[in-house]
Design a protein around this ligand. Structure first.
Ligand code: F6R
Length: 614
């Protein structure tokens, strides 16, 4: 995680850096800092916590930097060392002549630190990054060329990094490089920008270069040179970013999360545009580049993802297996990458990621690609690193998701799975035509059903108030809604810090039931369908242990009134589509509990929106 920005040009640099960092705050908010080239010396300013604290720190210092035209900035998600001012970036070498900002993890930092300390470098922080500042400074002392120094240092660094470097000797030169972390250059008139992500630069330019791993760029106001890791000059590939600057607004909602929950009906409508017109027509999914014969004979799919995207993937497995009869494995990317996985050219590998930058998923995708698998990426960022690895790419078009807790991107990912599964089932002829038509018809009316739930959000708010002071929360479900239980619990724990867990209800009696007593809320996701009666029995078992029972249901079953203290009712829906409906009240429940508790809903502690470290 972490976000970095850099600027060299003819404008006053500080506002450009702060603006850029504000756009990257989704990448971390443990601390922030900037370094600016002033006429006499480089000046560094840092603050712990949100960017606002840095803005306050800078107040009164304006005269020191108004004339500065070059600088680097950083927003931190702490990996090595607590979020303190000393550990905040930018980091400097011993004499303070060289400054650096870094996104990533330097894996061999301990060895480097020992070596550099023995050579006389004085370390002031506990970070891995500071080793790079000392290392580059050492190389610079030998070769007196900043670009060359960065190149030589990168040969000794193991791990992932995006770096921006400045040196007091080079008053208008910024050197940047990257490996396994995102970094792009924005090209302006007499100015260059560097940033971890597009939003930091899009206000200034649409012309950009995505740096490839190990490339090094040297930027001055009127020149840009790009080098390979061997030091050879390379021709940059300039792209026009398909982005418009967007003013991110809460549109009257108290938090981005609530706004994004309300956007979900439109997110579904958007993803259907151009892909599903009427229930009688076939699904159009030109993005899938596997030929029809291969799809027809496909017998194994592997889906890889993390967090909320992993829950979408788990539901994707149910959908694909039910619609297409193809065996699907789902795995957390972080588990996938460090074992001997059986993946080959006959496996379709699907990577699911809102950001398209999650380090574990990206590594997993690269590994599978190297083994010859066809890579299909489902992402909200068609310009991301993962999208660049894709053989087939399904952009989910959910729009920018600002809240760290994912909501609308999850719904969009589920929709991508429904479309993909229906598309494949049409090719495989695995579902009767009349059933297919009714499934497509139902898919098209899901937005109205979500709107009905949103219209009654006050009822969910009331339930939220009732349970807001609980310490623990259990969600139970079976079948296709088991991942919904996991996702509901994840939403609650990440924004309210309540210890919430999702269980397959049948597993309750194999251990977790021991935790139940009159203090424990148990929310049962009781949707009509094949496992309804089974889940009802499991709910009875929980009630018999005096748990505080809540139902989320589309059933009209009268006996529920006796069993449950609170009932959250949702519109009826076919079982296979129920995850789209059942997650909405759970997002709202988590939101209202966190809001009632006064938590920082959009930027919960310890989290970041884009997880670019393993
Ligand atoms: C939870 C959440 C995270 C992400 C996870 C993967 O609300 O947002 O669990 O789902 O970090 O991120 P992406 O989808 O960007 O790969």
């Amino acid at each position: 995680m972490c976000g970095i920005v850099g600027y060299v040009g003819n404008r006053s640099v500080v506002d450009i850096l702060l603006d850029g960092l504000e756009q990257l705050e989704y990448r971390g908010y443990d601390s922030s800092g900037i370094a600016v080239m002033c006429s006499d010396d480089i000046k560094v300013y840092k603050a712990v916590g949100k960017l606002q604290n840095l803005r306050e720190e800078l107040r009164g210092h304006e005269s020191e930097f108004t004339a500065s035209k070059m600088g680097i900035g950083h927003i931190r998600w702490a990996t090595h060392g607590a979020p303190t001012v000393l550990n905040a970036h930018p980091h400097t070498c011993t004499c303070g002549n060289l400054v650096i900002v870094h996104n990533g993890i330097i894996e061999n930092y301990k060895e480097l630190r020992e070596k550099l300390s023995a050579q006389g470098c004085v370390f002031r922080s506990q970070t891995d990054t500071e080793t790079v500042a000392h290392l580059v400074a050492r190389k610079y002392a030998e070769c007196k060329d900043l670009t060359q120094a960065v190149r030589l240092a990168s040969e000794e660094i193991e791990g992932a990094y995006a770096l921006c470097v400045m040196h007091n000797d080079c008053k208008n030169k910024l050197v940047i490089t990257k490996r396994n972390a995102p970094l792009l250059i924005g090209i302006g008139e007499g100015e260059y920008f560097a940033a971890s992500d597009v939003p930091a630069i899009i206000k200034h330019t649409k012309k950009a270069i995505y740096l490839s791993d190990n490339q090094i760029a040297s930027l001055t106001p009127d020149s840009m040179e790009l080098f390979s890791k061997e030091g050879e000059k390379i021709e940059p590939k300039v792209e026009i970013l398909p982005w418009e600057p967007v003013a991110l607004s809460k549109m009257g909602y108290k938090h981005f999360m609530l706004k994004e929950i309300h956007e979900q009906p439109d997110v579904i409508r958007n993803i259907l545009v151009g892909r599903l017109h009427t229930p009688d027509e076939n699904i159009i999914l030109n993005e899938v580049k596997l030929n029809k014969e291969t799809l027809k004979n496909l017998n194994r799919i592997q889906i890889i993802a993390c967090g909320t995207s992993l829950h979408a993937a788990m539901i994707g497995k149910y959908i694909i297996e039910s619609f297409c009869g193809i065996a699907v494995d789902v795995e957390a990317s972080s588990e996938y990458i460090y074992r001997k996985t059986v993946t080959d050219e006959h496996t379709l590998v699907i990577g699911v990621s809102q950001s398209g930058e999650t380090a574990d998923t990206l590594t997993a995708i690269k590994q599978s690609k190297a083994r010859g698998s066809h890579i299909l990426i489902i992402t909200n960022r068609p310009d991301s690193a993962m999208a660049r690895e894709a053989d087939s790419l399904i952009p989910v078009n959910a729009g920018i998701e600002v809240s760290v807790a994912a909501t609308k991107s999850y719904i969009a990912q589920l929709m991508a799975f429904y479309l993909l599964a229906l598309y494949m089932s049409e090719i495989k002829d695995s579902i009767a035509a009349s059933t297919l038509t009714s499934l497509k018809a139902e898919l098209m009316i899901l937005p109205q059903k979500i709107e009905q739930i949103l219209a009654r959000k006050d009822e969910i708010q009331a339930v939220a108030r009732y349970y807001a002071n609980t310490k623990d929360f259990i969600y139970i479900a079976r079948g296709i809604n088991f991942p919904t239980a996991l996702e509901g619990a994840l939403k609650l724990k990440e924004i309210s810090y309540i210890n919430a867990t999702g269980y397959p209800a049948g597993e309750l009696k194999h251990g977790p039931i021991a935790m139940l007593d009159e203090t424990m809320p148990v929310l049962s996701i009781l949707m009509n369908g094949s496992v309804y009666e089974k889940l009802l029995s499991n709910s009875e078992e929980a009630k018999a242990r005096n748990a505080r029972m809540i139902a989320l249901t589309n059933s009209k079953d009268e006996k529920l009134e006796d069993l449950f203290e609170h009932i959250i009712r949702v519109p009826d829906v076919q079982e296979l589509f129920s995850p789209i409906i059942s997650i909405i009240p759970l997002q709202l429940l988590a939101y209202y509990i966190a809001e009632f508790l006064g938590k920082d809903v959009d930027q919960p502690r310890n989290l970041a929106k884009s997880v670019t470290v393993e």
